[in-house]
Design a protein. Structure first.
Length: 187
């Protein structure tokens, strides 16, 4: 892609990619970083785009790969911090500050916070379907998996969300309304 196409693509798709990043991350700062990194990949590797999919599904694939990599890195950091925390004497352990912004608190109380608890395939499928409104075929393209796998992940993800909400005493009415394509898979 030449510079003009990168600029056009960024203007056209940044808002959607940022929204998906926000749903995946749960806070605006990490979402900003993730969305910007997605478009940095476009700027550096846009020539790798072969046109076998639409540009925005390719960008979603990049976004999900970056998110997956960051989650792995975060998991390693947390394990290392846990080891350090466990080694500190009990009286010397410091408690992190309570300066979380309102957006983070709202997200934690939202349905998307429960989606974040799901296995990666279900989480990604639900985000692409209900946050981004992609069709099943587009989700299969982004995730590079068979259409049947996408349908299964969405079905099992919605069932898991219903169980989570039931266990919390919440009503499943919070689940997104099902477009006609989803009704047969969600019941």
């Amino acid at each position: 892609m030449n510079r003009l196409n990168v600029d056009e693509t960024t203007r056209e798709h940044f808002a959607r990619i940022h929204r998906a990043a926000l749903v995946l991350c749960g806070n605006p700062w990490d979402a900003d970083d993730l969305a910007q990194e997605t478009f940095m990949v476009l700027a550096r590797q846009g020539s790798h785009f072969e046109g076998r999919s639409s540009v925005y599904t390719w960008l979603y694939g990049v976004l999900l790969n970056l998110d997956r990599r960051q989650r792995r890195q975060l998991g390693m950091k947390r394990r290392k911090l846990r080891v350090l925390w466990d080694r500190e004497p009990a009286g010397e352990k410091s408690v992190p500050g309570a300066d979380a912004p309102v957006e983070v608190a709202e997200w934690k109380n939202s349905l998307w916070a429960r989606v974040a608890l799901l296995p990666e395939g279900q989480r990604q499928s639900l985000v692409l379907r209900f946050s981004e409104g992609l069709r099943y075929e587009e989700i299969a393209e982004v995730l590079e998996c068979p259409l049947g796998t996408v349908k299964s992940r969405i079905f099992h993800g919605l069932a898991a969300l219903r169980r989570i909400l039931d266990s919390e005493g919440e009503e499943a009415r919070q689940l997104p309304a099902f477009p006609s394509e989803d009704i047969s898979h969600a019941i």
